[in-house]
Design a protein around this ligand. Structure first.
Ligand code: UT7
Length: 349
């Protein structure tokens, strides 16, 4: 049976580091609060004008392709996950295709926020398994720093997020003991407004009756974009952090166990769990719930913050670069976030 395997992996972290102390000049926060609640010590921000979500993805993709021994003209499909695209439309997939001077291949954009990379990987996996494509570039990239509310009003969100990109080249393998064993995707739109950016959008208050705190009809109005939206900071993300946290600590273990059960495996079999880097406390909770040792869970949120669709490939890349993943190792990737959407992938490296 043909499976897909990660033939090359790369990451790009913009050089500009922003510590918790740096954020104090913009908002009422503290290093203690941020570290205690999230584990984050610093994050990286893209250059405001010279770097975009797409340009960062190009850097990560170049490394992944070099490590896979693949040239731009060999790539036959792109799957690009982001919630911070260069343009509202078209998506970043075509911008990456253009920047890398690839052939007129298909480019698919994924809008699944924190679980975006898992969704992207799963789609690519199906194309490889059916024999449709042989070299798929799967990317997660985010330039959050351009779209956050840096006033005290937005502090529960803005201290968490960071910028960066990760990419893999997926190829077929016929080796028995290698590749993606299974992927598992889920959603529950019941809580869509608990972690969302409402504007600009076409909702025209249609969902306001659901009575979410961030909906204020007089401020949102019936425009795609208005001065009032901007004046009232309605163009920034909204998050009910505690509700998201509570759901995350249930769904992460659930979807990881689902992946293990589907393959007749147990948590003890895992070499490494790479959870989406949402909050160090969430990862620690998941570790405890699954009774995993410290060396079985990879965390790097301390240095990069939460990079949403980029966090899983960045963490996977860093773990691999540090020698923590060797050929034949069982690795589980898992994510949960806005939507809510969540997912996992189990693979043999
Ligand atoms: O990756 C996508 C998925 N996202 C997640 O998984 C995030 C899940 N949620 C979380 O990680 C946590 O809920 C947060 C880190 C976002 C917030 O931590 P929390 O312990 O849930 O804090 P809270 O929102 O309940 O706020 C507690 C207090 C509030 O003050 P009062 O009302 O108690 O006086 C906030 O105003 O902390 C205040 N606060 C802050 N204080 C200093 C909120 N943000 C900050 C801040 N600095 N940055």
């Amino acid at each position: 049976m043909v499976r897909s395997r990660i033939a090359g992996i790369g990451k790009y972290i913009p050089p500009h580091t922003v510590t918790n102390h740096d954020l104090i000049q913009y908002m009422d926060t503290s290093d203690e609060w941020i570290q205690e609640r999230t584990g984050i010590r610093e994050r990286h921000y893209a250059h405001r004008t010279e770097e975009t979500t797409t340009t960062m993805s190009v850097e990560a993709a170049r490394i992944a392709m070099e490590r896979a021994g693949t040239r731009a003209q060999d790539i036959d499909f792109i799957v690009f996950a982001t919630l911070s695209p260069d343009y509202y439309f078209p998506g970043c997939g075509v911008l990456l295709q253009r920047a890398m001077q690839m052939k007129e291949i298909g480019a698919l954009d994924i809008r699944n926020q924190c679980s975006g990379f898992l969704y992207a990987l799963s789609v690519a996996d199906q194309f490889i398994k059916t024999g449709t494509y042989k070299n798929i570039l799967v990317v997660g990239s985010e330039k959050h720093s351009f779209g956050l509310d840096f006033s005290t009003r937005g502090r529960n969100i803005s201290v968490i997020f960071g910028d960066g990109a990760g990419a893999v080249v997926l190829q077929p393998t016929e080796e028995q003991e290698q590749g993606i064993l299974s992927t598992h995707l889920h959603s529950d739109g019941e809580s869509a407004e608990l972690l969302a950016m409402y504007n600009p959008g076409t909702h025209a208050n249609h969902w306001a009756a659901r009575n979410y705190a961030a909906f204020n009809e007089s401020e949102i109005g019936d425009m795609f974009m208005s001065h009032a939206m901007i004046d009232n900071a309605q163009n920034f993300p909204f998050m009910d952090g505690q509700s998201v946290f509570k759901k995350a600590v249930v769904k992460f273990p659930e979807v990881i166990k689902e992946a293990l059960n589907a393959n007749g495996l147990a948590p003890a079999d895992l070499k490494l769990l790479i959870p989406h880097q949402a909050n160090l406390r969430i990862s620690q909770f998941v570790q405890q719930k699954l009774q995993l040792r410290d060396d079985q869970v990879f965390n790097n949120i301390q240095h990069y913050g939460n990079t949403t669709a980029a966090s899983v490939p960045i963490a996977l890349c860093e773990a691999w670069e540090q020698g923590r993943i060797q050929k034949g190792d069982l690795v589980c990737l898992a994510a949960f976030g806005s939507g809510f959407t969540w997912g996992s992938a189990l693979l043999k490296w």
